[in-house]
Design a protein around this ligand. Sequence first.
Ligand SMILES: [Zn+2]
Ligand SMILES: [Zn+2]
Length: 151
Amino acid sequence: MHTAISCRESAAQLRQLDIRTKIMRCRNHNERQANAICVNCGIALCNDCSDQLENGKIVCSENCKKSVTNSDMAIDLIRMKILKQNKVASVAYFILGGLFILFTPLAYLDGVWQVSIFLFAMGIGMIVAGFLTRKVGKSSFEAENDIKKYI
Ligand SMILES: [Zn+2]
Ligand SMILES: [Zn+2]
């Protein structure tokens, strides 16, 4: 009884000290200082308890490893899909733009120069949109990859 109380008191004192010195302790080893946090469940871990994935993320258990890997794979899949859609969209823009420009001289020869100007402007607009779509898709992909390194 007496030991239990003093043990609780010392644990409380230790926690107080930890808060003051900003030290985190391993969830499994109370005496060890934690130097990593599981990215999935957020618990503090010492060197022995942490497991590092290939992409540098720290996990605490096989379960957390699985869920982190699964969610990463899901994110990658979604990203690849978006990238692919962007590519398809930009190709569609290029083809449409090309067609509009192709019809420009035909409209001009038909004597409707107003229409030819309209077609030409539309064609340029489509091609610019194609370039922008491609650029946005690529840059967001690269930015997310950069962020991924730090989380
Ligand atoms: Zn975990
Ligand atoms: Zn530990």
